[in-house]
Write a protein that binds this ligand. Structure first.
Ligand code: FEO
Length: 171
């Protein structure tokens, strides 16, 4: 059975992951509005990844006899000054999520909840990938600068990203 403090922290993380999906859904819409369909497709995959993160937390809470409690999701931003500004936001946001996962891990450790600590290790590794993926796009955008042909090449590259269904992902 989950201790109250751990259950509350896990539930709060469900909300953070749902907010992440909403933020990236909003960015997808922004990229469509500036005719960058590859960036938009990259964001759609990100939306799906975040929903998967929320569901993993939900399923874990339920499997431990806890109650998943859903809260209101904050309204995400709708516009960015440039693709660069959007990806600066992505990286900043992922760094915040990493900090949240780290404090969740600290709560689980303080409560001596070893099962939750093991469960959260997946999220610790996932955050390394999340920050790396955002950082890579951000670096390319900085190199591209105002070169529109470079931007269109990157758009084509990002459009190839595909979502890996949950059953094919490592648990
Ligand atoms: Fe669920 Fe992008 O962290």
């Amino acid at each position: 059975m989950l201790k109250t403090k751990v259950a509350e922290a896990l539930n709060s993380q469900i909300n953070a992951e749902l907010y992440s999906s909403s933020l990236y859904f909003s960015m997808e819409s922004y990229f469509h509005s500036v005719s960058l369909s590859g960036f938009a497709a990259w964001m759609r995959v990100q939306v799906q990844e975040e929903l998967l993160h929320a569901m993993k937390l939900y399923d874990f809470i339920v499997s431990r006899g806890g109650r998943a409690v859903l809260e209101a999701i904050a309204k995400p931003d709708a516009d960015w000054d440039s693709p660069l500004a959007a990806f600066e936001h992505v990286l900043r946001h992922e760094e915040e999520i990493t900090a949240r996962i780290n404090s969740l891990m600290e709560i689980a450790a303080a409560e001596q909840d070893h099962a939750t600590k093991i469960f959260l290790q997946w999220f610790v590794s996932e955050q390394v990938e999340e920050e790396a993926a955002a950082g890579e796009v951000l670096s390319k955008l900085r190199l591209i600068g105002k070169d529109s042909s470079g931007l269109f090449l990157l758009d084509a590259e990002l459009g190839k990203r595909i979502f890996t269904p949950p059953r094919q992902q490592a648990a």
